[in-house]
Ligand binder design. Structure first.
Ligand code: NAD
Ligand code: 6OH
Length: 519
């Protein structure tokens, strides 16, 4: 079969699967037989429509794949009330082992519908099917399994206190749920980033109201089905669809009945949410943007470094908060490095997301494509050399209506250039040479962000020494995106507030009560 026909066929198969299995959600009844698919809200254990709908667009060809039911203020209020009632209901009596068992059941539910989730994520985000199958969906299930285990072994402090007069007391902390948690997530890794918050929140006994990105409602809608099938008590997991300002996002963050908010998204959105939440003085956990640096020393393992940084720059079409957009290379290696990364960029296969051989899908939306192409033009205006890419590809088929851009490598920008300082969130990096270790560290740290960094060297002591001095919440040495769910994750500066992951998640989603007993 010619490639174009194969692409069409695989796309058709995924679309059929998507139509008949994924698009859903009316009290457990599939709407597969209806022509217009509607993603509904899930409130108090029931799928409900909102008063308005908006289209869900496939970024690969710009087609409308479903309608999404936008929750209005009343429905967001209902979701928060349902969550609050559920906190007082049977959920309160769920012991830690029972909650852990339920989380395992949710993980199994995701795994049982693996193909549905993959199809949903691929159609919604345009990410390659290979990536959704290897990263997004397995990690979605793994988040529930990891926090099911972690909650069972979560440490709590205790101190025996002795006063100078001989009085003694036993102090010990007990872990209570934070309460109703508002969860707002972005579109780049929809299920992965949502479950990374929902799993620890439920593990700690909270009830949640989640608002996924308006760009990617599908996997959250499927997760609601899995929650229902797994027997999660009604009101414990609620899902509202919509936008940010003057929509479900803002209705949720301005609600005084939510006890805390966890948000992943842009730094500017974080600031807006913080202003809204401040009125009710609620705790926040923020995972925001980045302008992440990689430092490559001349003594690095060259092939490993090129392979690692190809992923770090181009994975998910550069739409991972941890992607490296600034690469500093020790001068003797600079030209060889630029040429090798150029070769890798040019070998990427921009294709239909459903094609197993595609490495690079479209960007998420028309707006985002305009933003990224705007930065490509700005880079030219700022004096960059475009080593490769710098524009939009032409396919001669339906993908020309999608949101693809070329993988792009820039050199020659001053450190003050906007393209070297602002988060672009596309398949693009700027590469600059450096002469000394101190210079590389200073350049890497010269940013208002502070999310992730990587160091590439075979010099053991230098690897540790440089990593320790980088201002980032996560620093990799000779690797990228190697993540252990028990480790702290988050950023400093414009990259966020607080840490999640392992016990850090458990602490955010809990209120500790220290009990002091006189002995
Ligand atoms: P975004 O900030 O535009 O939107 C994220 C979510 O916030 C969406 O659900 C949106 O509807 C909602 N929202 C927007 N305005 C709101 C408001 N005023 N009140 C309440 N909710 C509001 O981000 P995005 O474009 O979806 O995602 C890309 C950004 O996310 C990038 O900056 C990226 O770096 C960042 N990100 C960070 C991490 C991390 O872990 N640090 C992970 C993934 C993505
Ligand atoms: C941000 O876009 C991605 C974050 C991913 C993780 O934190 C992870 O653990 O996979």
């Amino acid at each position: 079969m010619p490639q174009a026909a194969k692409n069409f066929y695989s796309w058709y198969c995924v679309w059929q699967l998507f139509k008949t299995r994924v698009l859903c959600c009316s009290d457990g009844e599939s709407t597969a037989d209806k022509s217009v698919k509607i993603f509904q809200n899930y409130i108090d254990g029931r799928f409900v429509r909102g008063p308005r709908e908006f289209p869900d667009v496939n970024p690969a060809d710009g087609s409308v794949i479903a309608q999404v039911s936008e929750a209005d203020r009343n429905q967001v209020n209902e979701a928060v009330s349902a969550a609050r009632s559920a906190l007082r209901g049977e959920w309160r009596r769920f012991s830690v082992p029972r909650r852990a068992e339920l989380l395992q059941k949710i993980a199994a539910g995701i795994e049982a519908r693996f193909r549905d989730f993959v199809a949903a994520e691929v159609a919604d985000t345009g990410k390659p099917v290979s990536l959704a199958s290897k990263v997004d969906i397995p990690r979605g299930a793994a988040n529930f399994r990891a926090f099911a285990d972690l909650i069972k072994t979560a440490p709590l402090e205790s101190f025996r206190t002795e006063m100078p007069d001989g009085a003694a007391a036993l102090n010990y902390a007990v872990r209570n749920p934070l309460g109703v948690v508002g969860i707002i997530t972005p579109w780049n890794l929809p299920l992965l980033l949502l479950t990374w918050k929902v799993a620890p929140a439920l593990a700690c006994g909270n009830c949640v109201v989640v608002k996924p990105s308006e760009e990617t409602p599908a996997s959250a809608a499927l997760l609601a089905e899995v929650m229902q099938e797994a027997g999660v008590p009604r009101g414990v997991f609620n899902l509202v669809h919509g936008f940010g300002p003057d929509s479900a996002g803002e209705f949720l963050t301005s609600h005084a009945g939510v006890d805390g908010f966890t948000f992943t998204g842009e730094s500017g959105t974080g600031a807006a949410i913080m202003r809204t939440v401040a009125a009710n003085v609620k705790p926040v956990s923020f995972e925001l943007g980045g302008k992440n640096a990689a430092i490559v020393f001349a003594d690095c393992d060259f092939d490993e470094t090129i392979a690692g940084l190809t992923d770090a720059v181009f994975m998910n079409t550069g739409q991972v908060c941890l992607c490296a957009e600034r690469i500093y290379v020790e001068r003797p290696l600079f030209e060889r490095f630029v040429l090798a990364l150029k070769k890798k960029a040019e070998a990427l296969r921009l294709g239909w997301p459903t094609d197993e051989t595609t490495t690079t899908g479209p960007l998420i939306s028309k707006n985002h494509r305009e933003k990224v192409l705007g930065y490509y033009q700005l880079a030219r205006n700022e004096g960059a050399t475009i080593v490769t890419g710098g524009g939009a590809p032409h396919f001669g088929d339906g993908r020309d209506h999608g949101f693809y851009v070329e993988p792009t490598i820039l050199t020659g920008l001053p450190e003050s250039a906007r393209c070297a300082r602002e988060e672009i969130f596309g398949p693009v990096c700027h590469i600059a040479p450096f002469d000394t270790e101190e210079e590389a560290i200073a350049k890497a740290n010269d940013t208002k962000y502070g999310l992730a960094a990587s160091v590439w060297t075979t010099h053991l002591k230098r690897g540790h020494r440089v990593a320790e001095q980088l201002r980032a919440g996560i620093t990799w040495v000779n690797c990228w995106f190697l993540r252990d769910l028990r480790t702290p994750f988050g950023g400093m500066g414009l990259s966020g507030i607080g840490r999640e992951g392992g016990v850090h998640s458990l602490n955010f989603y809990s209120e500790l009560n220290n009990i002091c007993v006189k002995l």
